[in-house]
Ligand binder design. Structure first.
Ligand code: SF4
Length: 153
């Protein structure tokens, strides 16, 4: 979720990242307001794994979602975390299916952007309301269970 465009729309490079080597590994870097970043879904994300794990950017090394933090600190069991991940993946699937029922979207765009594209289509149908509700519910879960504000990018 932190690499496939669900949690974040982009990752900002840090001073100790090598733009040249990350570009050569397939990350498409863009400069915005002086900072280099790459968009999500990350091109290095393959089969739920990082294809450049040993050379991943600094921010990726530092990021730990709330589930991981809580399991590491012993306040949450792995089983509970896995269940939260499973149920959240179900919510993502529902959002994805609703998008697909409304319109085709660009799979290289993050989830929020694809939802926005679907909601902008006309005419508005009951599916639009269903999608708005499903995305609101998903965002609530992502904020409460996964995102860590100071680590957001
Ligand atoms: S470089 Fe690896 S860890 Fe970082 S966003 Fe891409 S797939 Fe995820």
């Amino acid at each position: 979720m932190c690499c496939d465009g669900t949690l974040f729309h982009s990752v900002v490079l840090q001073p100790n990242d090598s733009a040249t080597s990350l570009s050569s590994l397939g990350l498409i870097l863009k400069r915005k307001k002086g900072a280099l970043s790459f968009r999500q879904p990350c091109p290095a994300h393959q089969n739920s794994q990082c294809g450049i794990y040993e050379n991943r950017p600094h921010r990726c090394r530092l990021f730990q979602c709330q589930q991981l933090l809580q399991v590491s600190s012993g306040t949450l069991s792995q089983t509970q975390a896995l269940e939260t991940i499973r149920s959240t993946r179900e919510k993502i699937k529902q959002v994805d299916q609703l998008i697909g029922k409304i319109t085709e979207t660009n799979p290289s765009h993050g989830l929020s952007q694809r939802v926005a594209t679907a909601l902008a289509t006309t005419p508005t149908t009951p599916l639009h309301s269903d999608l708005t509700l499903a995305m609101d519910e998903l965002n609530q879960t992502l904020n409460q269970q996964f995102r860590v504000p100071e680590q957001s990018s």
